[in-house]
Design a protein around this ligand. Structure first.
Ligand code: SAM
Length: 225
C-alpha cells in the first residue's frame, strides 16, 4: 500500500488517451476544421471525454448547461451522453464560434439536442426556460468560459441545479499553477480558478472533488438544496 500519488507523466497521459477516451474521427475532424477556421485550440483534453460522459450517465442526466462552448467539442461530448429528448444549452459569446457549433451539431445529428445561446452567458442565461421554472431542473452545469466569472455562473446556476446533479468547472489545476501563491502566467485567472475551487469545496450543499484529468475538473455533486 502507498500514500504517494502517481504523477501523470506524458507516457501515462498517452495511455489514458489511448484507453479511456471517447474521442472519435468526427471530433478529431471538428478540431482540425476549427483550427482552419481560426478558432483557438483550447478545448478539453480527449482523456476528459469518457469521464464527463460517465458522470452524466451515472445520474441519467437530461438537461445540461455548458458555459463556454468554443467550437462545440465538449458540447458534442456532453450531448452524446444524453437521451434523444435531452438538451445541452451551449452558451458561447463569440458569434463565429456559435455559428460553427450550430453547423457541427447539425452534422453530428444533434441539432435538436444542442441549443446554442449566443452572447455573454450572464446576459443570455437568466431568461432561458431552464432558469425560469419553479423547480430546479438542471442536471449538470459545465463551466469552461472566462475564469473571473466562474463564481458568477455558479451563483446564477446552482439554485437551478437539482439535488443529485453535478456542477463541473474546467481548468481546476489552472495550467499547473493552482497551488502557487505567485503564479507566473495569467495570475488573475489562476487566482479566480483557485477561488472557485475553494468556493465549491467549502459549499456544504456539495460533495466535491478534483479530478486531475486534462487541466483538472472540480466536480461537485449537489447533496442538499
Ligand atoms: N468547452 C470548450 C471545449 O472544451 O470544447 C472550450 C471552451 S473555451 C476554453 C472558452 C470559450 O468561452 C470561448 O469560446 C469563449 O468565446 C467563451 N466565452 C468567454 N467568455 C464568455 C462569456 N462571458 N459567455 C459565454 N462564452 C464565453
Amino acid at each position: 500500500m502507498s500514500v504517494t500519488s502517481t504523477p501523470l507523466t506524458p507516457e501515462l497521459t498517452d495511455y489514458l488517451r489511448s484507453s479511456f477516451s471517447t474521442e472519435d474521427d468526427f471530433l478529431r475532424d471538428l478540431n482540425s476544421q476549427a483550427a482552419v477556421s481560426g478558432i483557438p485550440d483550447i478545448h478539453i483534453a480527449s482523456e476528459q471525454t469518457a469521464c464527463l460522459q460517465l458522470l452524466l450517465r451515472s445520474i441519467n442526466a437530461r438537461t445540461v448547461v455548458e458555459v463556454g462552448s468554443l467550437a462545440g467539442y465538449s458540447t458534442i461530448v456532453l450531448a452524446r451522453a444524453l437521451p434523444p429528448d435531452g438538451i445541452v444549452v451551449a452558451c458561447e459569446k463569440d458569434p463565429r464560434h456559435a455559428a460553427f457549433i450550430r453547423e457541427k451539431a447539425a452534422e453530428a445529428g444533434l441539432g435538436s439536442v444542442i441549443d446554442v445561446l449566443q452572447g455573454a452567458a450572464l446576459d443570455t442565461l437568466p431568461s432561458h426556460a431552464l432558469l425560469t421554472q419553479s423547480e430546479p431542473s438542471i442536471d449538470v452545469v459545465f463551466i469552461d468560459a472566462d475564469k473571473p466569472n466562474y463564481q458568477n455562473y455558479y451563483d446564477l446556476l446552482v439554485p437551478h441545479v437539482r439535488v443529485g446533479g453535478f456542477v463541473i468547472g474546467d481548468n481546476a489545476l489552472a495550467w499547473g499553477q493552482v497551488h502557487m501563491a505567485d503564479p507566473e502566467n495569467e495570475p488573475k485567472n489562476v487566482r479566480a480558478l483557485r477561488a472557485f475551487n475553494d468556493r465549491m469545496s467549502s459549499d456544504p450543499r456539495f460533495l466535491t472533488t478534483l479530478i486531475p484529468l486534462g487541466d483538472g475538473m472540480v466536480v461537485g455533486l449537489k447533496v442538499s438544496a
